[in-house]
Structure formats: C-alpha cells, structure tokens
Design a protein around this ligand. Structure first.
Ligand code: IVH
Length: 685
C-alpha cells in the first residue's frame, strides 16, 4: 500500500524535474530530455494531482505554463494569457474530449476547426492601427520576452496589416518555425564553419528568435504561421475560428490554411488525424500532432478554460519521433557491396510508433562526428518509415566507462581484410563472393540478366538456398540437384526442372558477362567488356598487375585497385576455378588488344528522362550500352542525346536550353536498329 508521504515525495520530485526541464527548454533552449519524456512526467503529475487534489500547490508546473523569461530581454506582460493545450495521445483521449464538449454544449455533434500542430515556438504579435509594434514570446504564459527586433526580421511577418481596415488593437498568435530543408542547409553551414549543429528545427528556431543580436536572427531562415488571436479592440473578426483565420489571411498574415479543415464529430476528427499523419513526412516543416478547436466562438466561450488550457481545444499528438535511450553496443553490419555499417544496438525504446532496438550510424566518420560511444544516452529519431538514426549524444549523461567504437580490421562475418579507400566514407570487406553477408547479393548479381542470366533465380529463392546452406557461392549453383530444390517453399517439380535448365543454359557465356558477373567493385558492364577485349582471356586478367590494368582504356587507379584486391582474395579465385570446373565456358581470343573495338554508338552519351511508352528504362539502357553508348544521369553540353518519355522533368528543359538532340521512343528504336551492335565479344548472345 502506498502511503501519503510517498505520494507527496513523488509529486515533489516530479515538480522539481518538470520545473528543471521547463527551464532547460524554455529559457536555455537546451532540452535535457525529449518532448515525449517531458509529456510522460507532466501526465504523471497531472494524474497524481487529479487523484489527490490535496497535492496541488501554487507553484506546481501544472498550474502555469513554461518558465520565467531570461533576464536579458525586457519582459512583456500579455494582455490575454498565452495558454497551453491539453494533449491527447489515443483515440480514447479524443473521444473523451468530444464527449465533454458535447455534454457542456448539449449537442449531438460539434463542428471543429482542425489545424496542424506546428513544432516551433509560440509568439504574440501586437498590431496597433495595423502597425506591428511588439513581438513577444510566450514565456510563462502571463509574461514573455520582448523579441520585437527579432520578429521584425522574419520576412513572412507583415510589418503593416494591409487589406480591410484592421481593429485598433489586434494581437496575432502563431508559431515561429524553421523549414526542414532550411534547417539542413543551416546545419551544413554550421558544419562548414566548424560550429555547433542544431539538434532539430524547433531548437534552431528557438535559438534564432532568442538571439540578443537581431542581425544574427535575420540570417536564420525563420517562418511564421498564425493560428489565432489574443487581445482585440475593435469589431470582432468573425463568429467562428474559421472566420478569424480567413480574416487573418486577408491581412496578409501567413496561415497554414491549405491543410486546415472544418470537420464534424469524432469521426471527422479522427479522419483528419489519419490524413495528416499520412502527409506528415512530406510536409516542409515538422509537426508533432494536430489541433482540434471548437469552431463557433460562442461555443468556445461557453466551454471556457480549466487551469492552464482551454476546454474547447485539444492537441492530438503523433507518436513522438524522438526518444532517449542507451547505446548497449556498436556492431558492424556487412551490406551487399561489402560496406561495413556501424549499427548501434539500443536499449529497446518506443519511438515513431514502433519499438526500436537498432539505429544505423552510417559510417566511421559519422560515429566520430557525433562522438557516439558505447554506454552513451542518445536521442534516437524515427520519422515516417525512415531507418532510425541517432541524432545526438547527451554528453552530460556520459558514464565514465563509456567505450569508443573501433572499426574492425577484419570482416566480422568472413574474416577477410577490411579496407577504406582514400576519400571514401565506407570501410569495406574484401571477401566478395566468400563473405556470407554479401553472398546472397553476389549470387543474385551473378545470376542477373546482364551477367550469367539464370532464368528463374529470384531473390526469394536465393534467400532460401543460402539460408538452407544449399548454395554458398555462385559455383554451388552448378552442383545443385533437384532434390533439395523441391523441398523449398513454392518450388514444385516443374519450376525446379525449369531452374535446372536455366542454370545449365547459363554455362555458355561470354568472358565479358563472366567478369561482370563476379561483382568486382567499380567494374560495371562497360568496364567488364573493356577488360574482356583487352585481355582476351581470364588468365591474362588474373595475371595483370596495377600497371597492366591501367593500360586498359577507362581503367584508372581506383578501378585497377579494386580488381587487384578482388583477385588477391584466395576465396574469389577458388570460386572462379570451381565455376570453370563445373563447366562454365566462354570463347577466348588472343590477348593484346589495346583498345576495345569500336561499337557503333561508342563515345556517344545518352540521358534518359521520363517514362517511355514500351521500353523499360533498364532495357533502353542495356540496348544503348550493348552498342557502345554510355547512359549518364545528368544533362551537360557533352550529352549527345536526351531520350524523352512521359512526364520528363528538368532534364528536358536543360536539354532544350543547351540545344541537345531529343529522341522519343520511336526515334531511339530507329537509332538502335540502324546501329546493331558489332559481334565481336558482345555481351548479348
Ligand atoms: S492554439 C489556447 N494552435 O502548441 C490555445 N497552438 O501546447 C493556444 N501550437 O503554445 C494554442 N500549433 O506553441 C495552437 N495550430 C495550433 C498550434 C499551437 C502549435 C503550439 C503553441 C502553443 C502550444 C500549446
């Protein structure tokens, strides 16, 4: 049984914590915990006080909003208090809100105005006779800070209200925010200047607005969106919140009304919530929920306020996208190109609507830059379906025994040598075909259409073959028997026989296809073809040193190094020998070619844009390349042709500006047809 004194102590501890975090958040702009953690503390205290009203005291944070203003700005007393909103987290919370509203108003169904809950900071703008005379932060709700000089630097805030004559006094309330893209650009500038980065757009906006030097504020990309009014002296702006918003817009006030909506009843609210949740990641700014406000002002007045918040409005919060947790360890994951990605193993934490246990740390430099250590408390972010990532470390909470991450020198999966090329962010396992983490992908690549072209070998099947240990390298494909195949999921007698036939057919190949199929880093189809032409046979390629490799046209030091490293791994050579042993053959020619024979489209560059009516992009690319042409991503003066499909974008405009030849699908096919590929060591049979 919990006794009264322990409840008292808990309430006291919560008050102390919340006040401390208010100070960190509102005054120092340096939150020590996430919003979700703060909300949890606040709700616990609220619930405790609801159940035991005798615990409520005047200085409880539930009885006021925010913290006292920083002494350095002069204080502004709000004519009308700037209140906060109650939060709802579940559909039941919103159902309860709607029920209470209906009970007070004695209505079956209520009309609501639905808005976005912008994640920035609230300001109050005072207009006297249409002139902006003051800008103030919310502060503790009754007294804020005078940030007039800073607010005047925000371009979207009108200095003068235009349009119809405004009331003699009008206070406009809204949120100062920073757009996500502008936040990223700002952080890039901070990085370039070797200055501290901001944690999130809200923090960056708060920091900028609360600069003592308005010249700094002016350089920060701040925005403002109005969501309501404070004091007003003059004729009312309307009878509903919707009318107020519309009037504000006629004064050229920025309002986010393209996403605002009037809805009826609980079902209408919940539909709005889901619509916005879908849109959330696509919005240019961050929101942490939606806000429902009873639309009719007369209804709002009847509902009134309860302590710190109106009873006529509620914020329906989205699952927090950020949470704090502990880094239990840092592992290394081997990706399909052999890149070693450090991954933080986290103490499970509920964030972005799911329980997260891992977060990518991208690469070694990123771990250093953010200074993430094993044992650290970190902010984890999971926005939309994006892979969770570590945003920052709470360095003040670092334990003394926190350990630094060291990139292993051997692949944790296969033990092969790990290297990191100069100027590259990724460290890579050199194990290639031998490394089991790379094996599945390597097998798929080997079997792909432009390599050995094994029909019927898709990714699901490769998964099963590798997991069941039936296939460890591409060479094992050639010793597969029907027996284990038939035991696999969705694999009948017929498809097993088809696959066997496909594998058998693939044995007859070309040297260029074979080299490409090995999946050597930096060796694409065109380079594989060049190598095949140049060396004529595989042994000559295996024997080539750095210099010999670099004498192949278009093979520079990076490509040459990749090739050498690949053939240096004994496992790769073993797989090649096994493939030949199992009957993979191609015709070889004498070595000594110095240049690749000219294919009809050699030296021509193509850019593809838009969707072609019949030809898949990959097919178009393959056919151009088979004739020696190069397909590149961006249009420049050097581009020879731009192939234009439906919904072509900026590449078309650029091509037109530069006067580059445009081809539609028919013209492309005609060009390909008159330039059938030469038949030397072509990659296609
Ligand atoms: S209305 C009396 N509408 O959320 C109600 N607030 O927790 C006053 N906010 O201080 C607020 N978007 O900083 C309102 N569409 C919106 C909002 C919004 C963001 C912020 C605002 C306020 C806090 C309330």
């Amino acid at each position: 049984m919990i006794d009264a004194s322990s409840l008292d102590r808990r309430a006291e501890a919560l008050r102390r914590d919340i006040n401390f975090h208010n100070y960190c958040y509102y005054v120092l702009d340096t939150p020590a915990i996430t919003d979700a953690e703060y909300d949890r503390l606040f709700r616990e205290l609220q619930q405790l006080e609801e159940a035991h009203p005798e615990l409520i005291c005047v200085d409880s944070p539930t009885q006021r909003v925010g913290a006292a203003p920083l002494g350095t700005f002069s204080a502004v007393k709000h004519r009308v208090p700037m209140l906060s909103l109650n939060n709802g987290f579940s559909e039941e919370d919103i159902e309860g809100f709607d029920r209470r509203v209906r009970e007070v108003l004695d209505l079956n169904e209520v009309e609501y105005f639905c808005e976005l809950k912008l994640d920035g900071l609230a300001v109050n703008l005072t207009y006297e006779n249409g002139l902006l005379v003051k800008g103030a932060t919310r502060g503790d709700g009754s007294e804020g800070e005078d940030v007039t000089a800073n607010v005047r630097t925000i371009k979207s805030i009108p200095r003068v209200l235009v349009g119809p004559p405004p009331p003699a006094l009008l206070e406009v309330r809204g949120e100062v925010i920073m757009f996500k893209s502008e936040f990223q650009a700002l952080n890039q500038r901070q990085r370039d200047a070797r200055e501290k980065e901001f944690i999130n757009p809200r923090n960056a906006a708060a920091g900028a607005l609360r600069q003592l030097d308005p010249r700094i504020t002016a350089k920060r990309p701040l925005r403002f969106f109005a969501y309501g009014i404070g004091a007003i002296n003059g004729p009312a702006l309307g009878e509903s919140h919707a009318e107020i918003i519309t009037r504000l817009r006629t004064f050229t006030m920025p309002v986010n009304d393209s996403k605002y909506s009037v809805r009826r009843g609980l079902a209408g609210l919940l539909r709005y919530y889901h619509e916005i949740a879908e849109l959330r990641s696509k919005l240019p700014f961050e929101i942490d929920g939606v806000v429902y406000k009873v639309n009719r002002l007369e209804h709002q007045n009847r509902l009134g306020f309860v302590s710190r918040a109106p009873r006529f409005a509620i914020a329906h919060k989205f699952p927090a996208e950020e949470a704090l947790t502990e880094v239990l360890d840092i592992d290394v994951q081997v990706g399909r190109t052999g890149a070693l990605t450090p991954v933080a193993r986290l103490k499970p934490v509920f964030v972005g609507g799911v329980t997260v246990t891992n977060a990518t740390l991208h690469n070694e430099d990123e771990v250093r830059r953010k200074d993430i250590r094993i044992g650290d408390i970190v902010t984890v972010r999971r926005a939309g379906d994006v892979i969770p990532e570590v945003v920052n470390v709470l360095s003040e909470r670092r334990p003394t025994d926190a350990r630094e991450f060291v990139m292993p020198s051997r692949c944790p999966v296969c033990g092969s040598h790990v290297s990191r090329a100069e100027g590259e962010a990724a460290s890579r396992c050199s194990g290639g075909l031998f490394c089991s983490a790379q094996r599945k992908q390597a097998i798929l690549h080997f079997a792909s259409r432009r390599a050995l072209d094994i029909e019927g070998l898709g990714d699901k099947l490769v998964d099963q073959l590798v997991e069941g240990n039936h296939v460890r390298s591409p060479a094992d494909l050639y010793v597969l028997s029907v027996n284990p195949l038939e035991g696999l999921e969705r694999m009948g007698e017929k498809s097993a026989a088809n696959l066997m036939a496909g594998i058998e057919r693939s044995k007859q190949t070309t040297l260029a296809r074979f080299i490409y199929g090995l999946g050597i880093r930096n060796v694409g189809e065109a380079t594989a073809r060049d190598l095949a032409y140049h060396f004529g046979g595989l042994q000559a390629l295996l024997d080539a040193d750095l210099q010999a490799l670099q004498s192949v046209p278009d093979v520079g030091p990076i490509v040459a190094q990749s090739i050498l490293e690949f053939f240096h791994e004994p496992h790769n050579v073993e797989v090649i020998e096994a493939l030949r042993h199992h009957g993979v053959v191609w015709s070889e020619s004498a070595p000594g070619f110095n240049t690749a024979p000219t294919l009809p489209l050699a030296g021509k560059t193509f850019v593809l844009t838009g969707t072609l009516p019949n030809l898949a992009r990959d097919d178009a690319k393959m056919q151009i390349e088979a004739r020696g042409g190069k397909v590149i991503g961006g249009v420049s003066k050097k581009t020879d042709y731009v192939v234009v499909g439906e919904e072509a974008g900026s590449k078309l405009t650029k091509a037109q500006e530069l006067g580059i030849a445009l081809l539609d699908e028919t013209a492309l096919l005609a060009l390909l047809d008159t330039n059938r590929k030469g038949n030397l060591l072509g990659t296609d049979s």
